[in-house]
Write a protein that binds this ligand. Structure first.
Ligand code: CTP
Ligand code: K
Ligand code: MG
Length: 183
């Protein structure tokens, strides 16, 4: 039981640079959309107004900032994850997670628009797993140290825990009156 809890905490910690970029995008996003308001051949927007250049740039920077803070504070919590790498190697891994996360988010919106789902419309599970899958894929491709931290069990735990965390966060936001629906 304790081992499972430790694994879940470790997984969430490692995924913070993938989780946080979208929150920074919500706060700092706006302005010109990434698709320059252009339509795809199906007549629908390529990505939609929810994907902005500013959101993408500040989102990636926010994720990197969180990851580098984690790198610095790990010793306080007796953790040796990102800080088991050199600062350069940790930066590359964190950058890949963060950049991959918002790239996956863009890809997700592209698919949603093709499926006829409007900007802001929910696509449960897909919404929570595309960003994660692309984030992990980028980190795997860019960082030679990926598999030393992201073991098979961490990846499986991440795929299970992420949609559950998302649901819990939305239920809390709903109870607090920040959202109209609990999903
Ligand atoms: N955001 C942004 N730029 C991005 C990603 C997000 O500006 N690259 C901001 C937008 O204000 C967006 C909000 O963060 O509305 C929430 O992000 P998300 O849920 O990913 O976008 P949606 O509006 O739901 O659009 P979509 O249906 O395309 O996912
Ligand atoms: K999204
Ligand atoms: Mg959304």
């Amino acid at each position: 039981m304790l081992n499972i809890i430790a694994l879940i905490i470790k997984t969430i910690w490692l995924l913070i640079p993938a989780y946080t970029p979208n929150n920074f995008a919500v706060v700092f996003g706006g302005g010109m959309p990434i698709d320059f308001r252009k339509k795809f051949i199906d007549g629908k927007r390529i990505l939609g107004d929810g994907k902005t250049i500013r959101g993408f740039v500040f989102g990636v920077m926010g994720g990197i900032l969180c990851g580098m803070i984690q790198y610095k504070i790990e010793p306080i919590f007796n953790l040796n994850l990102f800080s088991s790498l050199s600062i350069f190697d940790a930066f590359c891994l964190i950058f890949a997670l963060s950049f991959g996360s918002l790239s996956g988010d863009v890809f997700g919106s592209f698919i949603k628009r093709r499926a006829g789902i409007e900007r802001g419309g929910v696509f449960p599970v897909f919404d929570q797993l595309t960003f994660l899958a692309v984030s992990l894929l980028f980190a795997y491709l860019i960082s030679p140290h990926f598999s030393s931290l992201f073991t098979r069990e961490v990846i499986v735990t991440g795929l299970i825990v992420t949609p559950v965390l998302h649901l819990i966060a939305n239920i809390i936001a709903f109870k607090l009156g920040l959202k109209n629906v609990p999903w």
